[in-house]
Write a protein that binds this ligand. Structure first.
Ligand code: PLP
Length: 396
């Protein structure tokens, strides 16, 4: 297992900052907004009210009820007994993989895939099969044939993450229905990581568990970090069939015991009273996405337009690791190498940064010759391939 590449870049950026360097950090996967004030107040009130003890292992009933309501609104036939509240969505994923995957079990990932899926499967002793959506503009629907070839009756688990980190792709309903058909045919459990589900632009992401036939084979992962700007509070949850919850609950109780008590109370406020704040943040992300796409286009760089989350993939050098290191050391712009997500040749940009910082970043990359001119050429197979038009990089 490799250490997390996103954390490695972030550490290097922090080192430079400690030396007084002005780093434009587009590597971090967290909103740059404060947690909504009413949520902070709810957390403080909970502390004042003495909510500082352990809670029931799977979470306080009021929060589990609020989550159940949210899931039902998303079309999932949820019951509080099928839920575990965790310290972050990452822990929810970890417990799910630990509960379901053993030595030699096959897990299918859709590349580019978030860094920690691979590590979690390896820790559990599972084997990975990977399906690449890169030639399809990071979309799943045109990759369904490839997915159909990759899965079999031996497949234990498929991980779907839409909106996606790192690509920002939002999968179509047809893609989700295709996943359903394959999951039912081969009796596969699907882990649907919907942590960016409320961060979409002009398109809605349907919950996989709401599709007919998926209720008893989907683990829905979610959390409060991204939609409510609550990364440091560490609060997430998962919903799964009772048999999975039973197994995962043992891991949960023997590892974290429960999520932090007062944080769970703040989570109730987040679910009930933040629609306006969430809309405002989403609108800002959308504006920043558009600004960044335009700035890159002005410099001859075409990117796949993300419809959700706050990331986009920038085509860079084949050696994306070297490109990212050089961009950080020379231009002081931090991004994450695509290789970390099994997508060599790209850098992941997080646009959860102010408009000024995004402009500054592109300005520096252009001035220092890190942005190349690219054009998209349609091939006879209708696959989009990226060709370098003009290279002015200082990285060889
Ligand atoms: C795709 C994806 N899933 C899950 C998580 C876990 O988030 P958290 O543990 O903060 O809830 C992240 C965080 O970056 C993510 O990007």
């Amino acid at each position: 297992m490799e250490p997390s590449a996103t954390i490695a870049v972030s550490n290097l950026a922090s080192e430079l900052e400690a030396q007084g360097v002005d780093v434009v950090d587009l590597s971090v996967g967290e909103p740059d907004f404060p947690t909504p004030e009413n949520v902070v107040e709810a957390g403080k009130d909970a502390l004042d009210a003495g909510h500082t003890t352990y809670t029931p292992s799977s979470g306080i009933p009021a929060l589990r009820d609020a989550i159940t309501q949210k899931l039902r609104a998303d079309g999932i036939d949820a019951d509080p007994s099928e839920l575990i509240v965790t310290p972050g969505g990452k822990q929810a994923l970890f417990e799910t993989v630990q509960a379901l995957i053993g030595e030699g079990d096959e897990v299918v990932l859709l590349d580019p895939a978030w860094v920690s899926y691979e590590a979690m499967v390896k820790i559990a002793g599972g084997d990975l099969t990977r399906v690449d959506t890169t030639p399809h503009d990071f979309q799943l629907e045109p990759a369904l044939d490839a997915l159909g070839e990759a899965v079999s009756d031996d497949t234990q688990m498929l991980v779907v993450n839409s909106p996606s980190n790192p690509t920002g792709a939002v999968y179509s309903d047809a893609a989700m229905a295709g996943v359903r058909d394959l999951a039912v045919e081969h009796d596969i459990i699907v882990v649907s990581d919907e942590i960016y589900g409320r961060v979409t632009y002009g398109t809605e992401q349907a919950s996989l568990a709401s599709f007919e036939g998926m209720g008893d084979r989907t683990v829905t992962i979610n959390g409060f970090s991204k939609a409510y700007s609550m990364t440091g509070w560490r609060l997430g949850y998962f919903h799964a069939p009772e048999s999975v919850i039973g197994q995962a609950g043992k891991i949960h109780s023997h590892s974290v015991s429960c999520a932090t008590n007062f944080v769970q109370h703040a989570g109730i406020e987040a679910l009930h009273n933040t629609d306006e704040a969430v809309d405002r943040m989403r609108e800002s992300f959308r504006e920043r996405r558009d600004i960044l796409i335009d700035l890159l286009a002005d410099n001859g760089v075409d990117v796949s337009h993300p419809d959700g989350a706050f990331y986009m993939m920038l085509p860079v050098d084949d050696d994306d690791q070297a490109w990212c290191e050089a961009a950080l050391e020379e231009s002081h712009v931090a991004t994450v190498p695509g290789s970390a997500f099994n997508a060599p040749g790209y850098a992941r940009i997080s646009y959860a940064a102010s408009e000024d910082r995004l402009r500054e970043a592109v300005d520096r990359l252009v001035t220092d010759g890190f942005l190349w001119r690219w054009r998209v050429i349609e091939t006879e197979q209708a696959n989009a391939h990226l060709f370098r038009d003009q290279k002015v990089s200082r990285v060889s």
